[in-house]
Ligand binder design. Sequence first.
Ligand SMILES: C[C@](O)(CO)[C@H](O)COP(=O)(O)OP(=O)(O)OC[C@H]1O[C@@H](n2ccc(N)nc2=O)[C@H](O)[C@@H]1O
Ligand SMILES: Nc1ncnc2c1ncn2[C@@H]1O[C@H](COP(=O)(O)OP(=O)(O)OP(=O)(O)O)[C@@H](O)[C@H]1O
Length: 282
Amino acid sequence: MPEFSRNWPAPAKLNLFLHINGRREDGFHELQSLFQFVDHGDLLHFAITDDGHISLTPEVEGVNHDDNLIVRAAKLLQQHSGTHQGALIELKKQLPMGGGLGGGSSDAATTLVALNQLWQLNLSVDTLAELGLSLGADVPVFVRGLASVADGVGEKLRPVEVEEPWYLVVAPGIEVSTAEIFGAPDLIRDSAKLAQPEFHQTQWRNDCVGAVIKRYGQVANALAWLIEYAPSQMTGTGSCIFGTFTNQEDAQYALAELPSEWQGFVARGRNRSPLLDRTLQP
Ligand SMILES: C[C@](O)(CO)[C@H](O)COP(=O)(O)OP(=O)(O)OC[C@H]1O[C@@H](n2ccc(N)nc2=O)[C@H](O)[C@@H]1O
Ligand SMILES: Nc1ncnc2c1ncn2[C@@H]1O[C@H](COP(=O)(O)OP(=O)(O)OP(=O)(O)O)[C@@H](O)[C@H]1O
């Protein structure tokens, strides 16, 4: 049996705010968003081989092997570096998919960072982030591992230090189509650009939430429930929502009351991702 390098974290992200400032000619939206990580996510294990083959177990339900962002990230790294090494990859999927937690993007970033180290490629973080961008808009922030304000169409990142509260994340059990929400005629897309939006906490909001709750009743119901316990918001284009708590006990208390039709977890906000911490370990 090949030896596995275990427990590479692929944490979830939350968009603490998502302000949409305009729509470009090509249909993409100018936005400002604050990304923070949490200490909960998927876990990946890697064993290095010398046959060039990439395998992933178990398969992710509903995603073809070659479409999986983990496999695509590994193959992209092979192509870019010219290495003949391969990898057996095990995935412990814990994050709900299509929920705005960025699980697929985070898995891809962790694969890039871990294989760069294990294949001894010595590619820079800038190079890995650039490769990651070709896989998805949210991959670079996971590669860099620092809470950041994104600007432009999400590609410009500026690291920031913000509070690290406890969150109760609730998954209403449905997938929201990002393209549908960005295409919605009623989407708010004229928010003012703020010079340093992280300083204006009272103005933090998600401009997509109105368009989402109008179309997805489960998100509206979950938000109405959570807001009774804590200030609550949606992440990305949903469907997941999060309540912000000053301590773990209160978040756990609310989780214990969660209606059985929804899933949820309690996690701590992190300005430095668990992946960044892991890269410093053997
Ligand atoms: C908005 C965020 O949820 C913030 O975390 C993400 O950046 C969305 O990332 P994602 O789910 O990987 O979505 P992408 O595959 O990049 O984009 C899906 C679709 O959303 C729309 N889209 C996305 C980003 C953006 N700045 N403007 C857009 O209009 C486009 O129609 C695009 O085709
Ligand atoms: N390893 C993977 N894990 C999850 N989804 C994957 C993976 N590889 C490919 N996908 C595809 O990516 C889609 C989006 O998954 P993901 O969990 O990243 O969504 P999300 O949390 O809504 O992300 P975002 O916040 O970027 O919108 C899935 O529906 C699935 O088809």
